[in-house]
Ligand binder design. Sequence first.
Ligand SMILES: *Cc1c(COP(=O)(O)O)cnc(C)c1O
Length: 360
Amino acid sequence: MKRVYNFSAGPAVLPESVLKQAADEMLDYKGCGMSVMEMSHRSKMFQTIIDEAQQDLRDLLNIPDNYKVLFLQGGASQQFSAIPMNLSKNGVADYIITGQWAKKAYQEAKKYVKANVIASSEDKTFSYIPDCSDLNVSEDADYVYICYNNTIYGTKFPEVPNTKGKVLVADMSSCILSEPINVSDFGVIYFGVQKNVGPAGVVIAIIREDLIRDDVLSYTPTMLKWKTQADANSLYNTPPCYGIYICGLVFKWIKAQGGLEAMKEINTKKAKILYDFLDSSKLFKGTVEKDSRSLMNVPFVTGDKELDAKFIAEAKEAGFENLKGHRSVGGMRASIYNAMPIEGVEKLVQFMKEFEERNL
Ligand SMILES: *Cc1c(COP(=O)(O)O)cnc(C)c1O
């Protein structure tokens, strides 16, 4: 069996012990004689799986009791429309544009509400997070929207923006569970799990109860109305059962690592190895302003497209996969999510050093 170091931005690396456990339990889950894939979502067995997954997530993130946890489908992108539909009261929303995902969310919201851009870093190809300490928040904004960690550009909000009392909505697809957060700072946190948690097909939303309403925009599809799923404890229809099961295993794995404080420590260490090298390298350089750097996605370039391509090809040969940058920005990107072991980053940097010596 061969396992590579997989630096994919998503779907991404999962903890090996989780994959092994899933393999062990594939044919006969805990003596019930069937796979989790084959069992009814109304069974007691599955109810325990989803309840435990929710409880473990609540423990990890310290989610207050007045927040609901919803297991949804449709990808993070589906929430781009669900958010304005569920939160619109005045029909106004403010967006901070720090990358392609925030921009897509904004463009989608414009179909349903008056969406305003109150800050943007597009002027410098999203290589930084704008100052959000004194924004021009709209008086009647129903919410302020951010993408907390920008997967493509490798930036992360260094702190929560000052929304002047407005509800903050955050896409945390590529950074959730990488470090502790204060859930109470947000009205809605949501994430597609295929970046830092589990297999594609599950979206988890953590929503303050008072924001789960009946009086959503009138044309909101039943399936996009958060209240539908909240009232049914995420079992209004068939949920992505197997994906939820794997997420649950990952939550237990994170707990066993020591929780989010421990994850933060190891993630900081991993990112530092890579950033320190980029800062000292004569060939490679990071593309993000230092105080906006992501812990999870690290983009870099040589400045020469052919050399970038050569690096990506040689890295692949050497067992470092998926280092190509997003098709919209080029260059390289190493995504170093929770499940990437520190040896993976150490060996990548060693490889980069050798490549630099051969190519300077
Ligand atoms: C990948 C990603 C998305 C899109 O997720 P889908 O599940 O493919 O819709 C949205 N936001 C962020 C931050 C992402 O990294």
